[in-house]
Design a protein around this ligand. Structure first.
Ligand code: HSE
Length: 436
């Protein structure tokens, strides 16, 4: 047990880009408050970077290119990793924990790829592994899932966890633009990277979904377990059709516990894809680059967490929050709660996951067309919830929203519809979430 003292807790910072520099700034600006909150001063022991000459604002004596030596230094108490990527971050964190140092990481790719090994290393070493900044930037979310909701049973976690895609989709809804035009505008405005693949194709959101699902359901979920579709196929027609049925289009990260049928145990389904959601849903009001996560729990009911999911300041706020938590644990001589994987629920394949579809079709306005279309749904065991027809001349648009069915049955239905003589075109297909 180490009591309040003037002896500083020494922190090694790995990486000094946008987030790392903001962490250094906040550590300096808030030094007195942090000391009071922790019970001991926090001091930066060293900053590992690749190119020291690119960091003129950091005192030269703190800079090092030898991150491995820094994390092993006996005077370093805590390690903060904001490097990103898998290696060398993984080896550095494992080395730090093996040396008895708690770590704070903002590294979603690493946690989603290798969370189990990292948590095992933390448990074996009796140290803390906190990574609030890895999902949804400033929004306190992982510790609420890990700690505040630890007495509850979670049913679903549905989030808008990628600001770039939310910015693009919000602008498509607002202006009626297509995906390409909205992406170009987002790039121009600095909201999309020069290579937007990780965001636009859903990789970033899938990594975050894996982390959320692991914590929410006490089970190991890897990024590769997450079904993923990005937003590049979302069209202006999809957005317009959504508006016609009182919905908007969002890229959702959905983590849910699916009850087992016929004596089978529960499983978890984790997916990232664009979906229509009702404009009355709290997530529909989350626009621009903001993130939000909607949680449904047995006892707590519905909760929503909202805020800035990226950027130096917001992400550094989450890192500092974790740093204060692990530093307090150090002062108290304890380790904080580790994530648990005791439930070990299996991940359900997307094909078997229950979803609902919205399908818009251009058809001939003739007797029997609706019946033959409906028959394709029935043939796949898919129940139709609503049908709307808008006629124009000998042509008509059919807008169909289904009840829940296994995703594979819905996808097979759409494929059959594409091949039907009576169907001139399938003009919009999107999953629907949150409709009653
Ligand atoms: N690129 C991410 C986003 C932020 O657009 O939300 C970092 O996870």
């Amino acid at each position: 047990m180490t009591g309040p003292s003037d002896v500083p807790l020494k922190v090694a910072l790995l990486g000094c880009g946008t987030v790392g520099s903001a962490v250094l700034r906040l550590l300096s600006e808030q030094a007195a408050d942090l000391t009071a909150r922790i019970g001991r001063p926090v001091e930066v022991a060293g900053v590992a970077v690749r190119r020291p000459d690119r960091h003129p604002d950091v005192p030269a004596e703190l800079l090092t290119t030898d991150a491995h030596a820094l994390v092993r230094r006996p005077d370093v108490d805590r390690v903060v990793e904001v490097l990103g990527g898998i290696e060398p971050a993984r080896s550095l964190l494992l080395a730090a924990m093996a040396a008895g140092k708690s770590v704070v990481s903002a590294n979603k790719a690493l946690l989603a790829d290798d969370g189990v090994a990292l948590h095992t290393a933390a448990a074996d070493a009796g140290v803390d592994l906190y990574y609030e900044a890895a999902v949804a930037g400033a929004i306190p979310l992982l510790r609420p899932l890990r700690e505040s909701l630890a007495g509850d049973q979670l049913r679903r976690v549905v989030g808008i966890v990628n600001g770039t895609t939310n910015y693009i989709l919000s602008s498509m809804v607002e202006t009626g633009a297509g995906f390409g035009e909205a992406l170009a505008e987002a790039t121009e405005a600095g909201y999309a990277e020069a290579d937007p693949t990780a965001d636009v194709d859903g990789f970033d959101a899938a990594a975050k979904a894996a982390i959320l699902a692991s914590l929410a359901f006490h089970s190991a979920v890897h990024a590769s377990d997450v079904y993923r579709e990005g937003i590049s196929a979302v069209s202006a027609t999809d957005v317009a059709r959504a508006a016609e049925i009182g919905c908007t289009v969002k890229l959702l990260a959905i983590c849910e516990r699916v009850p087992g049928a016929n004596g089978a145990g529960d499983s978890i389904a984790v997916r990232v894809h664009p979906a229509m959601i009702p404009t009355s849903h709290p997530l529909a009001a989350v626009n621009g680059a903001f993130n939000a996560v909607f949680v449904e729990a047995e006892a707590a009911g519905q909760l929503m967490f909202y805020g800035q999911g990226a950027g130096g300041g917001p992400t550094a706020s989450a890192v500092l929050g974790d740093l204060v938590a692990v530093a307090r644990n150090r002062v108290a001589g304890v380790a904080g709660p580790n994530a648990t994987g005791y439930a070990a629920l299996p991940t359900r394949p997307m094909a078997e996951t229950p979803t609902r579809y919205h399908v818009s079709l251009d058809v001939a306005d003739k007797p029997g067309v609706l019946a033959t279309v409906a028959q394709e749904f029935a043939a796949q065991g898919v129940s139709i919830a609503t049908v709307r027809q808008d006629g124009h001349g000998d042509a008509a648009t059919l807008v169909i929203v289904t009840h829940q069915a296994p995703d594979a049955a819905l996808a097979a239905t759409v494929e059959r519809l594409r091949g039907m003589a009576a169907v001139r075109g399938v003009t919009s297909v999107l999953r629907v979430e949150g409709l009653t």
